[in-house]
Design a protein around this ligand. Structure first.
Ligand code: NAD
Ligand code: ZN
Length: 346
Protein backbone atom coordinates (compact mmCIF):
# COMPACT_ATOMS: atom_id res chain seq x y z
CA UNK A 1 0.00 0.00 0.00
CA UNK A 2 1.02 3.65 -0.30
CA UNK A 3 1.83 5.65 2.84
CA UNK A 4 3.02 9.20 3.49
CA UNK A 5 6.01 8.71 5.74
CA UNK A 6 8.43 10.82 7.71
CA UNK A 7 11.73 9.17 6.79
CA UNK A 8 14.20 11.62 8.34
CA UNK A 9 14.15 15.01 10.06
CA UNK A 10 12.27 17.30 7.66
CA UNK A 11 11.74 14.60 5.01
CA UNK A 12 8.34 13.20 4.03
CA UNK A 13 7.73 10.92 1.07
CA UNK A 14 5.18 8.55 -0.37
CA UNK A 15 6.46 5.01 0.07
CA UNK A 16 5.20 1.57 -0.86
CA UNK A 17 4.90 -0.43 2.40
CA UNK A 18 3.19 -3.67 3.49
CA UNK A 19 -0.44 -3.54 4.67
CA UNK A 20 -0.17 -3.62 8.50
CA UNK A 21 -0.72 -6.91 10.31
CA UNK A 22 -3.21 -6.81 13.15
CA UNK A 23 -3.11 -8.39 16.59
CA UNK A 24 -6.02 -10.12 18.37
CA UNK A 25 -7.43 -6.88 19.84
CA UNK A 26 -6.88 -4.70 16.75
CA UNK A 27 -8.80 -3.61 13.69
CA UNK A 28 -7.51 -3.05 10.19
CA UNK A 29 -9.13 0.13 8.88
CA UNK A 30 -9.30 1.12 5.21
CA UNK A 31 -8.65 4.86 5.39
CA UNK A 32 -11.37 7.05 3.88
CA UNK A 33 -9.73 10.36 4.77
CA UNK A 34 -6.89 11.69 6.94
CA UNK A 35 -6.65 15.30 8.10
CA UNK A 36 -3.41 17.28 8.23
CA UNK A 37 -2.83 19.01 11.57
CA UNK A 38 -0.33 21.71 12.37
CA UNK A 39 1.15 19.19 14.82
CA UNK A 40 2.29 17.21 11.75
CA UNK A 41 4.29 20.29 10.78
CA UNK A 42 5.81 20.50 14.26
CA UNK A 43 6.90 16.86 13.73
CA UNK A 44 8.26 17.64 10.29
CA UNK A 45 10.28 20.56 11.66
CA UNK A 46 11.60 18.56 14.61
CA UNK A 47 15.39 18.78 14.28
CA UNK A 48 16.09 15.07 14.82
CA UNK A 49 14.58 11.82 13.57
CA UNK A 50 11.34 11.03 15.43
CA UNK A 51 11.59 7.26 15.02
CA UNK A 52 14.34 4.98 13.73
CA UNK A 53 12.13 3.36 11.07
CA UNK A 54 10.00 5.55 8.76
CA UNK A 55 6.82 6.82 10.47
CA UNK A 56 3.47 7.00 8.66
CA UNK A 57 1.93 10.36 9.61
CA UNK A 58 -1.74 11.06 10.34
CA UNK A 59 -3.68 11.24 13.58
CA UNK A 60 -7.03 12.46 12.16
CA UNK A 61 -8.40 9.26 10.68
CA UNK A 62 -11.79 8.22 9.30
CA UNK A 63 -12.44 4.98 7.48
CA UNK A 64 -14.10 1.59 7.18
CA UNK A 65 -13.29 -1.58 9.11
CA UNK A 66 -11.61 -4.05 6.75
CA UNK A 67 -10.65 -6.82 9.21
CA UNK A 68 -11.30 -7.58 12.87
CA UNK A 69 -8.84 -9.17 15.34
CA UNK A 70 -9.66 -12.62 16.74
CA UNK A 71 -10.49 -11.37 20.26
CA UNK A 72 -12.54 -8.31 19.28
CA UNK A 73 -16.24 -8.33 20.21
CA UNK A 74 -18.90 -6.01 18.88
CA UNK A 75 -17.19 -4.72 15.73
CA UNK A 76 -17.55 -5.97 12.18
CA UNK A 77 -16.11 -5.36 8.73
CA UNK A 78 -17.85 -2.58 6.81
CA UNK A 79 -18.51 -0.31 9.82
CA UNK A 80 -17.62 3.37 9.28
CA UNK A 81 -15.95 5.41 11.99
CA UNK A 82 -13.24 7.73 13.26
CA UNK A 83 -10.23 6.78 15.36
CA UNK A 84 -10.00 8.15 18.89
CA UNK A 85 -6.41 9.34 19.04
CA UNK A 86 -5.57 8.68 22.70
CA UNK A 87 -4.45 5.05 22.74
CA UNK A 88 -4.48 5.07 26.51
CA UNK A 89 -4.11 2.16 28.95
CA UNK A 90 -7.81 2.16 29.87
CA UNK A 91 -7.20 0.99 33.44
CA UNK A 92 -5.34 3.77 35.30
CA UNK A 93 -7.15 6.14 37.66
CA UNK A 94 -7.52 8.87 34.99
CA UNK A 95 -8.66 6.49 32.24
CA UNK A 96 -11.25 4.95 34.58
CA UNK A 97 -12.53 8.47 35.29
CA UNK A 98 -12.91 9.05 31.56
CA UNK A 99 -9.84 11.29 31.25
CA UNK A 100 -8.03 9.09 28.76
CA UNK A 101 -6.23 12.10 27.26
CA UNK A 102 -4.18 12.37 30.47
CA UNK A 103 -3.60 8.62 30.89
CA UNK A 104 -1.17 8.11 33.76
CA UNK A 105 0.59 5.22 32.03
CA UNK A 106 1.97 7.74 29.54
CA UNK A 107 3.92 9.45 32.30
CA UNK A 108 3.61 12.90 33.83
CA UNK A 109 4.31 15.05 30.77
CA UNK A 110 4.05 12.67 27.80
CA UNK A 111 0.85 11.90 25.93
CA UNK A 112 -0.61 8.44 25.45
CA UNK A 113 0.46 6.69 22.21
CA UNK A 114 -1.17 8.46 19.27
CA UNK A 115 -1.31 7.18 15.67
CA UNK A 116 1.06 9.11 13.43
CA UNK A 117 3.05 10.39 16.42
CA UNK A 118 4.49 7.07 17.63
CA UNK A 119 2.66 4.12 16.09
CA UNK A 120 2.02 4.41 12.33
CA UNK A 121 -0.83 6.75 11.45
CA UNK A 122 -3.57 7.14 8.87
CA UNK A 123 -1.98 8.90 5.89
CA UNK A 124 -1.98 5.58 4.08
CA UNK A 125 -4.41 3.19 2.45
CA UNK A 126 -4.75 1.12 5.64
CA UNK A 127 -4.01 1.58 9.33
CA UNK A 128 -3.85 -0.78 12.30
CA UNK A 129 -5.75 0.53 15.31
CA UNK A 130 -6.74 -0.86 18.72
CA UNK A 131 -10.42 -1.88 18.51
CA UNK A 132 -11.19 0.38 21.51
CA UNK A 133 -10.23 3.45 19.50
CA UNK A 134 -12.93 2.97 16.85
CA UNK A 135 -15.96 5.28 17.20
CA UNK A 136 -18.85 4.88 14.71
CA UNK A 137 -19.99 7.89 12.64
CA UNK A 138 -23.07 6.57 10.84
CA UNK A 139 -23.37 8.16 7.41
CA UNK A 140 -21.13 11.17 8.09
CA UNK A 141 -18.88 12.00 5.14
CA UNK A 142 -15.24 10.87 5.68
CA UNK A 143 -13.87 14.29 4.64
CA UNK A 144 -15.95 15.88 7.41
CA UNK A 145 -15.37 13.09 9.91
CA UNK A 146 -11.54 12.91 9.82
CA UNK A 147 -10.94 16.43 11.26
CA UNK A 148 -13.40 15.66 14.05
CA UNK A 149 -10.83 13.19 15.41
CA UNK A 150 -8.58 16.06 16.52
CA UNK A 151 -9.60 19.55 15.33
CA UNK A 152 -13.07 19.12 16.84
CA UNK A 153 -12.17 16.80 19.73
CA UNK A 154 -9.43 19.10 21.04
CA UNK A 155 -11.48 22.28 20.58
CA UNK A 156 -14.54 20.71 22.19
CA UNK A 157 -12.52 19.56 25.19
CA UNK A 158 -10.94 22.99 25.77
CA UNK A 159 -14.34 24.69 25.48
CA UNK A 160 -16.13 22.20 27.73
CA UNK A 161 -13.45 22.77 30.36
CA UNK A 162 -14.35 26.48 30.41
CA UNK A 163 -18.13 26.06 30.62
CA UNK A 164 -18.29 27.87 33.96
CA UNK A 165 -16.93 30.97 32.24
CA UNK A 166 -19.10 30.68 29.13
CA UNK A 167 -22.33 32.00 30.61
CA UNK A 168 -24.79 34.17 28.65
CA UNK A 169 -23.29 37.64 28.41
CA UNK A 170 -19.73 36.35 28.53
CA UNK A 171 -17.03 36.96 25.94
CA UNK A 172 -14.93 34.16 24.43
CA UNK A 173 -11.78 34.82 22.41
CA UNK A 174 -10.44 32.39 19.80
CA UNK A 175 -6.85 33.12 18.77
CA UNK A 176 -5.82 31.41 15.51
CA UNK A 177 -8.68 30.57 13.15
CA UNK A 178 -7.06 27.62 11.37
CA UNK A 179 -7.99 23.93 11.41
CA UNK A 180 -8.82 23.94 15.11
CA UNK A 181 -9.88 27.56 15.54
CA UNK A 182 -12.57 27.66 12.84
CA UNK A 183 -14.10 24.55 14.39
CA UNK A 184 -13.82 26.07 17.89
CA UNK A 185 -15.83 29.11 16.78
CA UNK A 186 -18.64 26.80 15.62
CA UNK A 187 -18.54 24.74 18.82
CA UNK A 188 -18.76 27.93 20.90
CA UNK A 189 -21.69 29.05 18.76
CA UNK A 190 -23.46 25.71 19.16
CA UNK A 191 -22.84 25.12 22.87
CA UNK A 192 -22.77 28.57 24.49
CA UNK A 193 -24.35 32.00 24.37
CA UNK A 194 -20.99 33.75 24.66
CA UNK A 195 -20.04 36.61 22.38
CA UNK A 196 -17.26 35.26 20.16
CA UNK A 197 -14.23 37.35 19.24
CA UNK A 198 -11.80 35.76 16.75
CA UNK A 199 -8.20 36.90 16.29
CA UNK A 200 -5.93 35.97 13.38
CA UNK A 201 -3.23 37.51 11.21
CA UNK A 202 -4.94 37.53 7.81
CA UNK A 203 -8.18 38.84 6.25
CA UNK A 204 -9.13 35.41 4.83
CA UNK A 205 -8.88 33.75 8.24
CA UNK A 206 -10.94 36.57 9.75
CA UNK A 207 -13.52 36.16 6.99
CA UNK A 208 -13.70 32.39 7.72
CA UNK A 209 -14.19 33.20 11.42
CA UNK A 210 -17.14 35.44 10.63
CA UNK A 211 -18.68 32.80 8.37
CA UNK A 212 -18.29 30.26 11.19
CA UNK A 213 -20.25 32.49 13.56
CA UNK A 214 -17.77 34.86 15.21
CA UNK A 215 -19.38 38.15 16.29
CA UNK A 216 -16.16 40.08 15.79
CA UNK A 217 -12.91 39.38 13.99
CA UNK A 218 -9.73 41.24 14.95
CA UNK A 219 -6.38 41.40 13.26
CA UNK A 220 -3.71 39.97 15.55
CA UNK A 221 -1.10 42.43 16.78
CA UNK A 222 0.43 44.15 19.80
CA UNK A 223 -2.84 46.04 20.27
CA UNK A 224 -5.17 43.02 20.32
CA UNK A 225 -5.34 42.68 24.10
CA UNK A 226 -6.16 46.37 24.46
CA UNK A 227 -8.97 46.00 21.89
CA UNK A 228 -10.42 43.04 23.79
CA UNK A 229 -10.30 45.02 27.05
CA UNK A 230 -12.07 47.94 25.34
CA UNK A 231 -14.78 45.59 24.04
CA UNK A 232 -15.40 44.31 27.56
CA UNK A 233 -15.41 47.64 29.43
CA UNK A 234 -11.96 46.90 30.74
CA UNK A 235 -12.97 43.60 32.35
CA UNK A 236 -11.35 41.23 29.88
CA UNK A 237 -12.54 38.06 28.16
CA UNK A 238 -14.13 35.32 30.25
CA UNK A 239 -12.40 32.62 28.22
CA UNK A 240 -9.43 32.80 25.88
CA UNK A 241 -8.61 29.84 23.63
CA UNK A 242 -5.12 30.10 22.20
CA UNK A 243 -4.70 27.89 19.13
CA UNK A 244 -1.28 29.32 18.28
CA UNK A 245 0.73 29.15 21.51
CA UNK A 246 3.63 31.45 20.66
CA UNK A 247 4.95 34.12 23.03
CA UNK A 248 2.90 36.87 21.40
CA UNK A 249 -0.42 35.02 21.72
CA UNK A 250 0.34 33.79 25.24
CA UNK A 251 1.04 37.38 26.26
CA UNK A 252 -2.13 38.56 24.52
CA UNK A 253 -4.12 35.88 26.39
CA UNK A 254 -2.74 36.84 29.79
CA UNK A 255 -3.34 40.53 29.12
CA UNK A 256 -6.88 39.97 27.84
CA UNK A 257 -8.30 37.39 30.28
CA UNK A 258 -10.81 38.54 32.92
CA UNK A 259 -10.67 37.94 36.68
CA UNK A 260 -11.98 34.38 37.21
CA UNK A 261 -11.42 33.88 33.48
CA UNK A 262 -10.09 30.79 31.72
CA UNK A 263 -6.98 30.77 29.56
CA UNK A 264 -6.83 27.53 27.59
CA UNK A 265 -3.54 26.90 25.85
CA UNK A 266 -3.92 24.50 22.94
CA UNK A 267 -1.38 25.68 20.37
CA UNK A 268 2.06 24.15 20.60
CA UNK A 269 4.00 27.07 19.20
CA UNK A 270 6.58 26.91 21.96
CA UNK A 271 5.68 30.09 23.87
CA UNK A 272 4.28 30.48 27.35
CA UNK A 273 6.92 29.71 30.05
CA UNK A 274 7.12 32.64 32.42
CA UNK A 275 4.22 34.43 30.83
CA UNK A 276 2.12 34.46 34.00
CA UNK A 277 4.93 36.08 36.00
CA UNK A 278 4.22 39.61 37.12
CA UNK A 279 7.05 41.92 36.09
CA UNK A 280 7.17 45.25 37.94
CA UNK A 281 4.63 47.50 36.24
CA UNK A 282 3.73 44.66 33.85
CA UNK A 283 0.30 43.40 32.93
CA UNK A 284 -0.04 40.82 35.70
CA UNK A 285 -2.38 37.88 36.06
CA UNK A 286 -5.92 38.68 37.24
CA UNK A 287 -7.30 37.19 40.46
CA UNK A 288 -9.03 33.88 40.05
CA UNK A 289 -7.97 33.38 36.45
CA UNK A 290 -6.85 29.88 35.51
CA UNK A 291 -4.51 28.53 32.90
CA UNK A 292 -4.79 25.03 31.47
CA UNK A 293 -2.51 23.25 29.05
CA UNK A 294 -5.13 21.35 27.12
CA UNK A 295 -4.41 18.10 25.33
CA UNK A 296 -6.82 16.29 22.99
CA UNK A 297 -10.08 15.30 24.61
CA UNK A 298 -11.99 12.44 26.13
CA UNK A 299 -13.84 9.71 24.27
CA UNK A 300 -17.07 11.43 25.34
CA UNK A 301 -15.84 14.71 23.81
CA UNK A 302 -15.35 12.83 20.54
CA UNK A 303 -18.85 11.34 20.64
CA UNK A 304 -20.32 14.79 21.39
CA UNK A 305 -18.34 16.37 18.54
CA UNK A 306 -19.61 13.74 16.10
CA UNK A 307 -23.15 14.47 17.29
CA UNK A 308 -22.68 18.20 16.61
CA UNK A 309 -21.57 17.40 13.05
CA UNK A 310 -24.46 15.00 12.54
CA UNK A 311 -26.88 17.68 13.76
CA UNK A 312 -25.50 20.10 11.15
CA UNK A 313 -24.06 22.42 13.83
CA UNK A 314 -20.45 21.84 12.81
CA UNK A 315 -19.14 21.89 9.25
CA UNK A 316 -15.41 21.71 8.65
CA UNK A 317 -14.07 23.91 5.84
CA UNK A 318 -12.18 21.18 3.98
CA UNK A 319 -9.58 21.43 1.27
CA UNK A 320 -9.22 17.99 -0.31
CA UNK A 321 -5.93 16.54 -1.56
CA UNK A 322 -4.98 13.12 -2.91
CA UNK A 323 -2.60 11.19 -0.64
CA UNK A 324 0.11 11.64 -3.30
CA UNK A 325 -0.22 15.40 -2.85
CA UNK A 326 0.58 15.16 0.87
CA UNK A 327 3.87 17.01 0.65
CA UNK A 328 2.21 19.87 -1.24
CA UNK A 329 -0.58 20.06 1.31
CA UNK A 330 1.94 20.19 4.19
CA UNK A 331 3.86 22.96 2.41
CA UNK A 332 0.64 24.90 1.88
CA UNK A 333 -0.22 24.59 5.58
CA UNK A 334 3.29 25.75 6.43
CA UNK A 335 2.89 28.76 4.14
CA UNK A 336 -0.41 29.63 5.84
CA UNK A 337 -2.50 29.26 2.69
CA UNK A 338 -4.89 26.51 3.84
CA UNK A 339 -8.29 27.85 4.93
CA UNK A 340 -9.84 25.44 7.41
CA UNK A 341 -8.47 21.89 7.23
CA UNK A 342 -6.46 20.11 4.53
CA UNK A 343 -7.63 16.50 4.24
CA UNK A 344 -5.90 13.69 2.32
CA UNK A 345 -7.78 10.95 0.51
CA UNK A 346 -5.80 7.76 -0.26
P1 NAD B 1 -3.38 25.88 11.59
O1 NAD B 1 -2.07 26.16 10.94
O2 NAD B 1 -4.47 25.27 10.79
O3 NAD B 1 -3.96 27.22 12.23
C1 NAD B 1 -3.18 28.14 12.94
C2 NAD B 1 -3.83 29.53 12.76
O4 NAD B 1 -3.18 30.45 13.60
C3 NAD B 1 -3.71 30.07 11.33
O5 NAD B 1 -4.98 30.52 10.88
C4 NAD B 1 -2.74 31.23 11.48
O6 NAD B 1 -2.98 32.28 10.56
C5 NAD B 1 -3.01 31.66 12.90
N1 NAD B 1 -1.93 32.43 13.53
C6 NAD B 1 -0.58 32.25 13.39
N2 NAD B 1 0.07 33.17 14.13
C7 NAD B 1 -0.86 33.93 14.75
C8 NAD B 1 -0.81 35.03 15.65
N3 NAD B 1 0.35 35.55 16.06
N4 NAD B 1 -1.98 35.57 16.08
C9 NAD B 1 -3.17 35.06 15.68
N5 NAD B 1 -3.27 34.02 14.83
C10 NAD B 1 -2.14 33.47 14.36
O7 NAD B 1 -3.05 24.96 12.87
P2 NAD B 1 -4.02 23.92 13.63
O8 NAD B 1 -3.92 22.59 12.97
O9 NAD B 1 -5.32 24.56 13.88
O10 NAD B 1 -3.21 23.78 15.02
C11 NAD B 1 -3.08 24.90 15.87
C12 NAD B 1 -2.08 24.59 16.99
O11 NAD B 1 -2.67 23.65 17.90
C13 NAD B 1 -0.76 23.95 16.52
O12 NAD B 1 0.29 24.44 17.34
C14 NAD B 1 -0.99 22.48 16.80
O13 NAD B 1 0.21 21.76 16.95
C15 NAD B 1 -1.77 22.57 18.08
N6 NAD B 1 -2.57 21.38 18.43
C16 NAD B 1 -2.63 21.08 19.75
C17 NAD B 1 -3.41 20.03 20.17
C18 NAD B 1 -3.51 19.72 21.62
O14 NAD B 1 -4.09 18.69 21.97
N7 NAD B 1 -3.01 20.56 22.51
C19 NAD B 1 -4.14 19.28 19.23
C20 NAD B 1 -4.06 19.64 17.89
C21 NAD B 1 -3.29 20.71 17.50
ZN1 ZN C 1 -3.41 17.26 15.76
Amino acid sequence: MRALQLTDAGVVEIREVPVPEIGPSDLLVRVGAAGICHSDLHLLHFPVKIREEPLTLGHEIAGTIEAVGSEVDGRHAGERGVIYLCWSCGVCRECISGNENVCLAAGRTAMPPCPGLGPDGGMAEYVRVPARSFVPIGELDFLQAAPIADAALTSYHAIRGAREQLQPGSTAVVIGVGGLGHVAVQILRATSAARIVAVDVGPEQLDLATRCGADLALESGPDSARQILDLTDGRGADAVFDFVGVDATARMSVEAVAPNGAYRMVGLGGGVPGVTAEPAGGPGWPWGASIRKSYGGTRRDLVDSIALAQAGLLTVAVERFDLDEGRTALDRLDAGTIRGRAVLVP
